[in-house]
Design a protein around this ligand. Structure first.
Ligand code: MG
Length: 375
């Protein structure tokens, strides 16, 4: 690693872990966090969870696992440009989606509705809950016992009401402070990753077309560059060349603008970073382009009638699973039953949120259809 900026996060100055442990040997504390995340069960399940498309729709579409790896890749590139701690950015990136329900946003919305009156459900808080409580793999503590810096990065947003129950990682939402620059980088790397791969997956699925995308400035500008340089490319290569240039232009804009912001505020330490406004960001011009792309995707992809059909089915599955488990917790595996004595709705939410798309579909079939084989 190149020399770190003085205001980067330093593993030897971590605010520590919830349960004290000896410093790792042969790796730093952020590497240890990253390694624990990769070895968790929730991380492996990301392979069978989706963002927009249901998992079995096609093998080429992104899953939450490949998405998280792309976020880590983009985040590390930005971190290196800005002399920030790459291992911390990577750990946050790989963990940021661990709390997602099956079936993407439709699943999260349905589970949140089910949890109305029981404290609600929010994937961001759930990601923290996975690494703090739900993973049970270590002899001496629940969860993965990650450093404060990784946990703070995972908790991207949070209401003040929820923040009050979260102890140290909740404080910044009450004090209106910023997290480390590494957390800010991971957050924007997430945006860069999903906007661009949704363009790619959207085109591959046929739900959006090149002709439609030309309305979007960021896409049109990069497409024109590729077409001028390579006039005879087939669509597949043309799309990939355009998307990779879009990612590159976003990363470079973010790097330049963030360098300028840092130079303007000249922070010295991570404590300064927490008190300053967010320093990682796009230029106003790029911010507008990115917002235009988001609006396009919302209107033409996320609200496409074929996506809506999947979402309606997904919501029904989540709701019916929730209703059946809450009416009889003994239908859940024993570890969730045990947890249900404390708070049965939360135990059901934990069980459902942990399911992959295909597990939820199978569980639904097992509970609501009768096959001769089972009888
Ligand atoms: Mg994400």
């Amino acid at each position: 690693m190149t020399d770190l900026a003085t205001y980067a996060a330093y593993p030897d100055k971590t605010r520590g872990r919830r349960h004290q442990e000896q410093a790792p040997i042969g790796r730093n504390d952020f590497q240890r966090d990253r390694d624990r995340i990769i070895h968790s069960g929730a991380f492996r399940r990301l392979e069978y969870k989706t963002q927009v498309f249901v998992n079995h729709e096609g093998d080429l579409f992104r899953t939450r696992l490949t998405h998280s790896i792309e976020v880590a890749q983009i985040g590390r590139a930005i971190a290196r440009n800005l002399a920030l701690h790459e291992d911390l950015v990577e750990a946050i990136a790989l963990a940021h989606d661990l709390g997602h329900t099956p079936f993407g946003h439709a699943g999260q919305d349905a589970l949140n509705e089910c949890m109305h009156g029981h404290g609600g459900f929010e994937h961001n808080l759930q990601s923290l809950r996975v690494v703090d409580v739900l993973e049970q793999r270590y002899a001496e503590f629940d969860g993965l016992n990650l450093t404060f810096e990784t946990r703070e990065g995972i908790l991207k947003h949070c209401s003040v009401k929820n923040a009050k129950n979260l102890g140290d990682v909740g404080e910044r939402f009450i004090k209106r402070q910023q997290p480390s620059l590494e957390a800010q980088v991971a957050n924007l790397a997430d945006e860069i990753a999903y906007n661009n791969h949704d363009v790619d997956d959207g085109l591959r699925s046929g739900l959006i077309s090149l002709e439609q995308l030309v309305e979007v400035k960021l896409f049109a500008e990069n497409l024109a560059q590729v077409q001028t340089q390579f006039p005879k490319l087939n669509d597949r290569r043309l799309i990939h060349e355009t998307v990779r240039r879009m990612i590159n232009s976003l990363v470079m804009d973010l790097t330049r603008q963030s360098q300028a912001n840092i130079a303007h505020h000249h922070p010295q330490t991570i404590d300064d970073i927490r008190k300053l406004p967010a320093l990682i960001g796009f230029s106003p011009e790029m911010q507008a382009r990115q917002a235009e792309l988001k609006r396009f995707l919302r209107k033409n992809l996320y609200q496409h009638y074929r996506v809506n059909r999947m979402s309606v089915k997904a919501k029904r599955i989540i709701r019916e699973l929730f209703d059946v488990f809450i009416s009889d917790v003994t239908l859940m595996p024993s570890e969730y039953q045990d947890r249900s004595s404390e708070d049965s709705a939360r135990a059901v939410a934990d069980y459902i949120a942990g399911m992959t798309d295909r597990y939820a579909i199978r569980e639904y079939q097992r509970l609501f259809t009768v096959s001769e084989r089972e009888l």
